[in-house]
Design a protein around this ligand. Structure first.
Ligand code: KE4
Length: 429
């Protein structure tokens, strides 16, 4: 059996860890089968516990934009580890990473490091509420901002694959302050603004969504959102945990030409180690403890090892901005190849792509929001996922995820991916 050792390891993991995983989407619940246990990885390739080599299209769900075990990151972490792993005291490297991030991202003066995208988003919302003195937030169905209570209302990503987007444990008290709008639908936002005049602290959005699959914002929608937030004195929070340092050095703010009031980061900013961050102009960030009244803290926030990985990653991206264009070209090449195979075989599909974010949906209708994304044929998706896996291609194990290409992928790897689809396409009909 191809995944003999993975299945043995999975059984043992399930004995000691809920669901055998430390993050639900890894458990293959949406696609069935046994999750693949990875032994190690290098560049674009995963080496699993059964000796299979897989071409990786999730790059650890985004962080490893330059490929696995990227030498400068590895060397930086080893070097730093020899000098101690954590102090609970300020270190120079935190300022170095903060300075570099502020120089790369438009419209931010200060940045606070935390340990995950969830922490970044929950802290940003608390700061927005503290700064504006208002309680309610607007989020969009299908967008995922991590697993903090305020966000588990019609959340995307792993939360949606369980068919119960509102998680037990989230109280009515919390849920009442999270208002739900529809992505790419300004009327749904206007209705909430009208019904909650003066009560809304923030709108939080994935500026290019990746947790419903990849969903591209219509120009009029995202610009209209900015205008409304400005006129209603509401903070616009761009959740750039996925798009930050992936769509470009300046992220979605740069490529969309929109100034957000608060921006959150994760994934790439940590270079594969646990780093999240939130940032804004000085006037807002100075409301944070210890200078301001809004409390937020963390034992391992700004951890030197994580900072050294993030600094090495961002330095590499800052020095070689052509990586973003290279990734965009590779993703377009993949898009065109997959589209040709699916079209030639008459398989109804949509492929959404923005920069190096891409997703395949087995539906005839355009995918522009959560509702249309949910119309994808999941039986076909399962066959697609497992068929490609059997061909040595590791894709996200859910239709509600974006692929994350890394620049270690070669055009030969992408050709192999397209050929793999050519091989399995007859089974998808
Ligand atoms: P983390 O807490 O998982 O670091 O970040 C939460 C988060 C916040 N905002 C956006 C836009 C995100 O995509 C995420 C996390 N992304 C998922 C993948 N869809 C992480 C994978 C997982 O849950 O294991």
């Amino acid at each position: 059996m191809k995944y003999q050792r993975s299945s043995v390891l999975f059984k043992e993991a399930q004995r000691y860890i809920p669901g055998g995983v430390n993050s639900p989407v890894r458990a293959f619940k949406a696609v069935g089968g046994t999750p693949v246990f990875v032994k190690e990885a290098k560049g674009a390739y995963l080496y699993d516990e059964d000796g299979n080599t897989l071409i990786d299209y999730i790059s650890s769900w985004g962080p490893l934009i330059l490929g696995h075990a990227y030498e400068p990151v590895i060397e930086a972490v080893i070097d730093k580890a020899r000098k101690g792993t954590s102090f609970g005291m300020p270190t120079e490297i935190e300022t170095e990473l903060a300075k570099l991030a502020v120089s790369m991202v438009p419209n931010i003066d200060k940045i606070r490091f935390v340990n995950s995208g969830t922490e970044a988003c929950m802290s940003a919302i608390r700061l927005a509420r503290g700064f504006t003195g208002k309680d309610k937030i607007i989020k969009f169905a299908g967008c995922y901002h991590g697993h903090a209570d305020a966000f588990l209302i019609q959340a995307g990503s792993g939360a949606v694959t369980f068919g119960s987007p509102n998680s037990p444990g989230v109280t009515e008290g919390t849920a009442k302050d999270t208002l739900l709008a529809t992505y790419n639908d300004l009327d749904s936002v206007d209705a909430l603004l009208k019904a909650n005049k003066g009560d809304i602290a923030a709108v939080i959005i994935e500026p290019v969504a990746g947790n419903m699959g990849c969903i591209i914002p219509e120009d009029s929608f995202i610009h209209g959102l900015r205008e409304r937030c400005t006129s209603e004195n509401i903070l616009l929070v761009f959740d750039e945990v996925m798009t930050g340092f992936r769509l470009g050095a300046g992220g979605a703010q740069e490529v969309l030409g929109i100034k957000a009031d608060l921006v959150t980061f994760g994934k790439v900013i940590g270079g594969g180690l646990p780093v999240g961050a939130f940032a804004a102009r000085k006037e807002i960030m100075d409301h944070l403890a210890p200078d301001g009244p809004v409390y937020q803290a963390g034992t391992l926030s700004g951890n030197p090892l994580a900072m050294s990985a993030g600094l090495a990653m961002l330095k590499a991206l800052d020095k070689q901005p052509e990586v973003f264009q290279s990734l965009e070209k590779k993703t377009r090449y993949l898009h065109e190849g997959l589209k040709k195979v699916l079209t030639d075989h008459g398989i109804p599909h949509q492929i959404n792509r923005f920069g190096s974010m891409i997703s395949v949906h087995f539906t005839k209708e355009p995918v522009t929001d959560f509702e249309s994304a949910a119309k994808g044929n999941n039986e076909t998706f399962k066959k697609y996922f497992h068929g490609m896996l059997d061909q040595g291609i590791y894709l996200p194990p859910s239709a509600f995820e974006s692929y994350f290409l890394n620049d270690a992928l070669s055009y030969e790897d992408i050709d192999k991916t397209i050929e793999a689809l050519q091989t399995i396409a007859p089974e998808l009909k």
